[in-house]
Design a protein around this ligand. Structure first.
Ligand SMILES: Cc1cc2nc3c(=O)[nH]c(=O)nc-3n(C[C@H](O)[C@H](O)[C@H](O)COP(=O)(O)O)c2cc1C
Length: 189
C-alpha cells in the first residue's frame, strides 16, 4: 500500500471518529439540557380567568423550544388563562391536576420528539376533561403535510397508552412563528 492510500484511510477514519464523537456529545448535551429544565414562571391574566393552563417544555439546545413555550404561555395568558410555565424536570410538571389545559413540547432531533417529551406524554394521567396539546420545534416542514406523520413525530405515544391528544403543532426554527403560535393556541383553548 502506498503512503497516499494509507493517508486517505487514516483521514477518513479520523473524520468518522470525529463526526461520531460530536454527534454523541450533542445528544448527551441535549439530554442534559432537559434534565436541567427546572424553570417556573406564572402568568396571570389581567381580567376574568378563563381557566388554568400548564405549559411544560424541554428547552432544547439553542433555546428556541423554550422561547416557543414562553410565547404559548403568553398567548394563553392573553386569552384569560392563569398559566404555569414549567421546565420538564421541575417537580411541578408532574402535578397535573387542576388544569384545564396541558401543553407539552420541545425540540425534534433525528425525526422524533425529545426523550423527555416522549416520556412525559407516556406517563401523563390528566384529569377528566383536561385538554392536551403538544408542540415541537424543528427545521423540517415536509412532515407537516401529513397529520399522521406529524403526530408520530411531535407526540409519539406507546401502543398501550389511552392518552387523547387534542392538538399537535410544529414550529419551524428558521421562521417567525408568532402567527403559527396564535393559530396553534386557538385550536385547543
Ligand atoms: C443533529 C440534529 C438533528 C436534527 N433533526 C431534525 C429532524 O429530524 N427534524 C426536524 O424538523 N428538525 C431537526 N433538527 C433541527 C432542530 O429541531 C432545530 O434546530 C430546533 O430549533 C432545535 O430546537 P432548539 O432550538 O430548542 O434547540 C435537527 C437538528 C440537529 C442539530
Amino acid at each position: 500500500m502506498n503512503t497516499k492510500k494509507i493517508a486517505k484511510i487514516v483521514g477518513i477514519s479520523l473524520a468518522v471518529i470525529l463526526i461520531s464523537f460530536f454527534t454523541i456529545m450533542g445528544f448527551i448535551f441535549y439530554d442534559v439540557m432537559s434534565y436541567t429544565a427546572n424553570g417556573f414562571e406564572n402568568f396571570s391574566p389581567e381580567g376574568n380567568v378563563t381557566g388554568n393552563a400548564l405549559v411544560v417544555y424541554d428547552p432544547g439546545i439553542s433555546g428556541q423550544s423554550a422561547n416557543s413555550a414562553l410565547n404559548i404561555a403568553k398567548e394563553l395568558q392573553n386569552k384569560g388563562y392563569n398559566v404555569d410555565l414549567v421546565g420538564i424536570n421541575n417537580p411541578k410538571a408532574k402535578n397535573t391536576s387542576n388544569y384545564d389545559l396541558i401543553v407539552v413540547g420541545g425540540p425534534i432531533y433525528a425525526g422524533k420528539a425529545s426523550n423527555s417529551v416522549q416520556s412525559y406524554l407516556n406517563n401523563l394521567k390528566p384529569s377528566n376533561g383536561t385538554k392536551i396539546a403538544v408542540f415541537a420545534m424543528g427545521s423540517d416542514k415536509d412532515v407537516m403535510k401529513n397529520s399522521k406523520l406529524l403526530k408520530s413525530e411531535v407526540a409519539p405515544l406507546n401502543n398501550n397508552t389511552s392518552l387523547k391528544i387534542d392538538a399537535v403543532g410544529k414550529f419551524i426554527s428558521t421562521e417567525n412563528n408568532n402567527q403559527s403560535i396564535v393559530v396553534f393556541v386557538e385550536s385547543f383553548s
